[in-house]
Ligand binder design. Sequence first.
Ligand code: ZN
Length: 674
Amino acid sequence: MESLDMNLLDPWNTPFGLAPFDAISDADFAPTMDAALAQARSGMQAIATSSDAPSFENTIEAQEVAEEPLNQLAAAFYTLASTDSTPLREELQRDFAPKLSAYASAVTSNVALFARIEDLWSRRASLGLSPEQERVLMLTRRDFIRAGAKLTGAEAARMAEIKSRLASLGTSFMQNLLADERDWTLPLQTDDLAGLPDFVLQAAKAAGQEKGLDGPVVTLSRSLIVPFLEFSDRRDLRETAYKAWAARGANGGETDNREIVRETLQLRQEQAALLGYKSFAEFKLETQMAKTPARVRDLLMQVWHPAKARAEADGAILTQMMAEDGLNGPLMAWDWRYYAQKRRRADHDLDEAELKPYLQLDQMIAAAFDCAQRLFGLTFQELSLPLHHKDARVWEVCRNGAHVALFIGDYFARSGKRSGAWCSALQSQRKRPSPRAPIVINVCNFAKPSGGAPALLSFDDARTLFHEFGHALHQMLSDVSYSAVSGTSVARDFVELPSQLYEHWLEVPEVLQKFAIHAQTGAAMPDDLLKRMLGAATFDMGFQTVEYIASALVDLSFHETAAPQDPMLQQAEVLADIGMPAAIGMRHATPQFAHVFAGDGYSSGYYSYMWSEVMDADAFASFEEAGGPFDLERARALQDNILSRGGSADAQELYVAFRGKLPDATALLHNRGL
Ligand SMILES: [Zn+2]
């Protein structure tokens, strides 16, 4: 490759400031990252040692400027590393994790820099700050203190050591999980295909092709293994596949995550103790809406009891169905989805295979865009720009002809892509120090069709697409001054509100009537099928709620008390305590719980989805109580009080401004049919 005639640390002179993916080679990253870190360090040092009296501009805004090249480079690199990993990129990640952590520690332990922040804080009333500036100052100071800025000597050094080690452990956890997912396939011979509808077979063929194999294979990608478990008549193969899926990260050998989990929990506990907290959960929850572990547990247990009762009743019915097949129980984890799917066909006359042709990826993207147009006046124009992968697509988002954002969608599963789905920003919105429009990316893992066939989704996949697009709207509609509080930079247990709220529009009949179009015939989904599909929306909700809450409770217990010597034993104890139904696995068992162990984003925070759901159920009810799903006054209130505000005000305050009151769990229990 030609040498780069562009300095990656300069502002990118590309359309919309998008990372120049066509011009960056992997070989550029290591030297450029080192240079970016050095530049950020000297920029921060210049702020710390400035002879000018501290001001908001020269101390807080200036930090954003000093870190800008580093942030833009890191955003580009981690987009590549998480969506299209290679051994070289994995090596770079392992190299960068401790370096970035050391940099962050150096910043928060810079005594002169923290002294300037403290000085501003003590004079805040007389500085003439806007409410947003005062909040950014408060958050910056709080971040410094929580990172250990008040520690000195050996304690400060130990804190830096812990954080660096945690960063490396998080990277290894993710890479091990990826390796286990990448390395396992189950080739399917002709007589292994019993029960599989065509869409599963096609997905299995495409997965085989992608792996360079001849025939169809099952992989551990959720969008392939779940339908396989739902449809395969071959109980022996379901068992093999399920066990491999459940064993990710716990296969012994080099990719085993269990020791990483143990050490991670121990270090987190030590970190919390150094900062003066009783537990890591107390430390983490301090900045969340929930505030305390007790309030989290209250909510989870309030939903657990009805959910478990529902799951047990459902399990009895499924066991009976299995007996009718001549199989005497007990119902096993690899049987649940299979018999649940059969029951869905019988009770709701609803077959995933019948639905699927109506849920085309392109139509579901169009549906998500159309709702955003009706609610918020956004329009979407597809562009041709060099992106991080050839399967990714990009749209310019405008309102009244003015540029709002770039939106990138990277929808198909591939080996080298992290599992799950997520939204991140290559660039987040801000007005100061200089204005910047957001560049937002949604990443999913939908099965890629083979040949030129249209990509088809399950209803769950379509819901995931709407979910991630809700996060994207939070970023794209952000209208704040500082990127520190822009878009999804909010409390973790508030961040799922816009995403889960947006899922509700997928269930609006007029949306499906318009966009659920048969892939071959072009016919709209028949009303009767639409009714049956929406009628089945709470189907198997006992199972789904149980598998989720079990994971949330294990996460909470890990961080609430002293770190366990044997996390797997503690997991077993928590499940025994709550009486976990034997035929239901945790949604994420500990060795594959990336939310909690590939970084600490959702540690003591997996409950957040349910906390946010209390609000999204209540928020959507407010549309229904007003003029309906497309009520423009409600849409305006949502945009003005929540979507545009990011973290520029307290989450609870924002919600009350939108709704007039705080919600309780009633609407949630109702929506889940519990
Ligand atoms: Zn989300």
